[in-house]
Ligand binder design. Structure first.
Ligand code: TYM
Length: 332
């Protein structure tokens, strides 16, 4: 049976980028692979690599878990859990740090970008983050890891670490394959299409939160930055704003970019944006409705308890064996 695993950080309210690049993919993959097992977790240990307010963090952890459920995943097929509740993530993270080189971590563009934004207070964990991410994946022998484009480099490093470990100690870790969507792997900021839509952004005009009100969602799409050409065409270089909106449109309607540009031939941006505003709102509002029902329910607690138990069993065995391979402790 194939195992598909992914995680989302509770470092802000989830965005349309997270939905299109990751969550939507999870739901589609479940339909395509009814026999596969899904492990989806809330990456709270990753969130604390940058400063978090404890009360907000706790609230957002529940929100990410509830959003997984609200997005329509089949609960029979999915183990949902919170990363920090499984101690083995931190433990294997350390073991893998001992098999990761400084040079590899220094090349990670996400670290370079994040540490550029911040001049002081860059934590050691922000630097070693990819080793923890490798642990998240390798603990569970995941076959596939669906993620957006920004995580591709971390996945490549995970594969390198796994292969290095296997070469040194004998076959032990499954080398995972990333699954990156063909359309929508990198949704851009609505106000600045040169940068990725991000939940940790200070200004909320450039991103759509999955918890935004309907009027605000529509307003943000209608006021998204475009250009003065007035042609609905896919040209990321010269019309990055329109290209981004076309990508969102194509992803949420499962249609091709060509079909959409044809539909809006000879029409201005206004009609295109109005239609897209409706499409985005009609996608998010039903998810939001389920989300609020789940947030206050006992179902969420029960599910997370069940998830914790299931993940714990797998993770414990894997780390114990890993320590044996390395030669730690006493021989069993
Ligand atoms: P995170 O929390 O930043 O993002 C969660 C998922 O959403 C995708 N994503 C996007 N996709 C398209 N366009 C965007 N603008 C956009 N923004 C985010 C991300 O690629 C990701 O798939 N390190 C990870 C979390 C993590 C993880 C893991 C993922 C920790 N351990 C193990 C997979 C496997 C992260 O920070 O994602």
């Amino acid at each position: 049976m194939k195992r598909i695993l992914s995680g989302i950080q509770p470092s802000g309210t989830l965005t349309l980028g997270n939905y299109i690049g990751a969550i939507k993919q999870f739901v589609e993959l479940q339909k395509q692979h009814p026999d596969a097992e899904f492990y989806l977790f809330v990456a709270d240990l990753h969130a604390i690599t940058t400063e978090q307010e404890p009360k907000d963090l706790r609230q957002r952890i529940r929100q990410v878990a509830a959003m997984y459920i609200a997005s329509g995943l089949s609960l029979e097929q999915t183990t949902i859990f919170i990363q920090s509740e499984i101690k083995e993530h931190a433990e294997l993270g350390y073991l893998l740090q001992c098999h990761t080189y400084m040079g590899e971590l220094e090349r990670m563009t996400q670290f370079k970008d994040k540490s550029k934004k911040q001049t002081t207070g860059i934590t050691a964990s922000l630097f070693t983050y990819p080793a923890l991410m490798a642990a998240d994946i390798l603990l569970y022998d995941a076959d596939y890891v669906p993620v957006g484009e920004d995580q591709k480099q971390h996945l490549e490093l995970t594969r390198d670490i796994a292969s290095r470990f296997n070469n040194r100690y004998g076959d032990f870790f499954k080398v995972p394959e990333p699954l990156i969507p063909k359309v929508g792997a990198r949704i851009m900021d609505l106000q600045n299409p040169a940068k990725k839509m991000s939940k940790s952004d200070a200004s909320d005009k450039g991103y759509i939160s999955l918890l935004d009100e309907e009027t605000s969602i529509k307003k943000k799409i209608r006021s998204a930055v475009t250009d003065s050409l007035g042609i609905v065409a896919f040209d990321p270089e010269n019309q990055p704003g329109v290209a981004n909106l076309l990508t969102i449109y194509a992803s949420l309607t499962d249609s091709t970019i060509e079909a959409i540009t044809k539909k809006y031939q000879g029409k201005g941006y206004q009609e295109f944006k109005n239609d897209l505003a409706d499409i985005v709102a009609n996608t998010i509002m039903p998810i939001q409705k389920r989300f609020f029902e789940i947030m206050g329910s006992k179902e969420l607690e029960n599910l997370l308890d069940k998830g914790k138990e299931a993940a714990q069993m797998v993770a414990y065995r894997k780390v114990e064996k890993c320590k044996q391979k390395i030669g730690l402790g006493r021989k069993k």
